[in-house]
Design a protein around this ligand. Sequence first.
Ligand code: PTJ
Length: 246
Amino acid sequence: MTLPPPSHPRYESLMTRARIEEGVKAGLVATQGLIAHGRGEAFDYLLGEATIPPAAEASRAAAALLLLARNPVLSVNGNTAVLVPDELAALQKALACKVEVNLFHRTEERVRKLVAHLEAHGCTNVLGVGAQPTIPGLDHDRGRSTLEGIYSADVVLVPLEDGDRCQALRDMGKTVIVVDLNPLSRTAKSASVSITDNVRRAVPAITRALQGMEKDEAKRIAAAFDGARNLRDTLDFIAARLKALA
Ligand code: PTJ
């Protein structure tokens, strides 16, 4: 693969694509992950490839909910694992929480590879190998989880999630935080908190928001957050931005 020079105006975007491509070749990312990435890129253009104010607010709410959780778990798929492995390790450290590999296109071999990849980047005791069908209402491999991880979690961060699984986790009574560049997706609509941002920006933003956050402050932030209003603010922001550009 020919890598772009750092002076290229689309350097960051092209290097991110290269990570996904390398991830497919290494057996970490599903081939469908290429399609998902392209869709994400298109929505990122609408945001101006930057964190918009409603996304910053949602990331703060996510940090607050994760801080207040009894058993917070970071659920990681192939795309997320190759895009932000070091950043996930930093977030796990900040929360002292569990990380679990959970895949849509599941094979045990890919789960094992992703566990090894995340641990090589500093995540510890990554769960996911041998997960059992435990999530009610999902007659598919993505209904698998580990008892000590996602199954017993009260708050789950699931970047690039699919709508069905997000709803199934909500139906289990969990608080579900997603990162999805598409604010119109079923996932975004069914999540407790949907962060409309690139996972490359959102995961470090959550870790930064946690720094120095006290539990009393977290309770105030969580109580004040309204997910439906945040999604409306996101669409308003995008509409105003496009109008200004037209
Ligand atoms: O590794 P697996 O087997 O679990 O598969 C993961 C993918 C992502 C392939 C799978 O979950 C899938 O097919 O997802 P979807 O249904 O295509 O949804 C992906 C969503 O993530 C879309 O709404 C994209 O806009 C969004 N997205 C893509 N890249 C990013 C993103 N959101 C945030 N940051 C990104 N970098």
